[in-house]
Design a protein around this ligand. Structure first.
Ligand code: CA
Ligand code: CA
Length: 431
């Protein structure tokens, strides 16, 4: 916003965006955009001078955002300071309006790398505190091999795999657990509860798993989780602990059924001061890094809505799991921690998953190579049409609660969808 025709005396006028903050920055934060959506912010201007001042206002962009307009009034007049103290005050409204959702583009932050990270030999591990665990009774769904039909308006803004494009992505998983909402902490309960309402972003809602197969030479397992609240960043950052709204998610895996964890997956940054979030797998107890995979399984050149979300996919290569010969079943536990105060929040598991035989999985179409995925993909494009489903009842003793679909680009609270029966999915909406 620029000022014109203005004779300002030093310190005579104050712009205040927040209540008493003195800030002159104005941001709308992340917005789940739909056509015609608008948001408003009030700017308060205080005049400590003896005369009224008049501003002519206009909006000047520092970085163009196609499909979005910003409106300000043409003029404001701020009255002179009141006699006996107190500034003259005028408020005006800044309106952000999504004028053309199809024109929206994403500009990658310079801290996001667009290519696959190389595994690192050592890395700071997240602190882990033991929690009690919950186990779900294995169940079964009535879904059968075939297809589910997706309907709705897709998010397709530009070619797949281009850094400024946004294409809605979808993941399908064997739903293995549905975790209840945590209650606020009380004097008698300090664990498995919310110390702050913002910790809902670590309150696990659903956990699921899938795989592209069981071949150590090429296949990948994906652990999916959703939470009841929306996180700002999903990754542990050893150099910026305690950033409000950040959570840490870890998955511990017993690969040989002896009751001891052999692998741990952390959601972390590949390096300090970058926003390249990875699922990093360690061998236990050596803590040696054995795998780094992009969070959600796609590189930074394909947007997967990592930040300000409540759904994520933690991939790990089958090779890195180091399964014993002849065995394809793992037992895993998902835990979340709040970085607001370092407390353990929620835990789900142990859950049993057969890497070679997911009871239900999306068979086609999977993301094409243009998305930058090396090898078989865990995700599909979230577009209307048929989504092929393969049902496999070979696995025994694994939690099978249906199909968990993650619509990674849907709006907050609308990303997870449970399909319990075969056939048509009604009321699907993308936004
Ligand atoms: Ca929960
Ligand atoms: Ca073990």
């Amino acid at each position: 916003m620029s000022l014109a025709r203005l004779q300002l005396r030093p310190d005579s006028v104050v712009w205040d965006i927040g209540a008493g903050s003195g800030s002159v920055g104005l941001g709308f934060g992340p917005v789940a955009a739909t056509d015609g959506l608008s948001r408003k912010k009030i700017v308060r201007v205080e005049n400590f001078g003896e005369r009224p001042v008049r501003y002519r206002l206009s909006y000047a962009s520092a970085e163009d955002v196609p499909g979005v307009t910003f409106e300000v009034p043409k003029r404001i007049t701020v009255p002179a300071a009141r006699r006996g103290g107190g500034p003259g005050v005028a408020n005006f409204t800044v309106t952000m309006r999504v004028s053309d959702v199809a024109a929206l583009r994403k500009t990658p932050d310079p801290t996001v790398e667009l290519t696959r990270p190389a595994p690192r030999a050592t890395a700071p591990k997240m602190p882990v505190r033991a929690l009690g665990s919950t186990t779900r009774t294995p169940g079964s769904s009535t879904l059968s091999t075939g297809a589910v039909k997706l309907a709705g308006t897709p998010v397709v803004n530009g070619p797949l795999g281009q850094p400024d494009s946004v294409n809605g992505l979808l993941g399908g998983f064997q739903l293995q657990a549905s975790s209840p909402e945590l209650a606020p902490c009380a004097a008698t309960q300090r664990n498995q509860c919310l110390h702050f309402p913002s910790q809902r972003d670590g309150d696990i809602q659903y956990v699921g798993a899938t795989s592209t197969g069981a071949d150590p030479a090429k296949d990948v397992v994906g652990i999916a989780l959703t939470t009841f609240g929306t996180w700002i960043s999903p990754a542990y950052n050893a150099t910026a602990r305690g950033v409000s709204g950040e959570i840490a998610a870890i998955v511990t895996i017993d690969t040989n059924g002896d009751g001891k964890d052999d692998r741990e997956i952390d959601v972390t940054r590949i390096a300090p001061n970058t926003d390249v979030d990875v699922a990093e797998t360690y061998a236990l107890p050596s803590n040696k890094v054995v795998d780094d995979q992009f969070l959600n399984g796609v590189p930074g050149s394909t947007d997967s809505n990592v930040f300000n979300s409540n759904a994520m996919v933690l991939p790990v290569s089958v090779e890195a799991l180091g399964l014993p010969a002849g065995s394809t079943t793992i037992s895993y536990t998902v835990q979340t921690f709040s970085l607001d105060d370092g407390t353990a929040l929620d835990t789900v598991g142990p859950l049993s998953f057969d890497v070679a035989h997911p009871t239900v999985k999306v068979s086609n179409p999977l993301l094409p190579a243009a998305a930058g995925v090396e090898g078989p993909s865990l995700l599909s494009l979230d577009v209307p049409g048929r989504l092929g489903i393969t049902r496999d009842t070979t696995a025994t003793g694994t939690q099978d609660l249906g199909l968990l679909l993650l619509h990674l680009h849907n709006s907050d609270g609308d990303k997870a969808q449970i399909v319990e029966t075969g056939g048509k999915v009604k009321g699907r909406k993308h936004n």
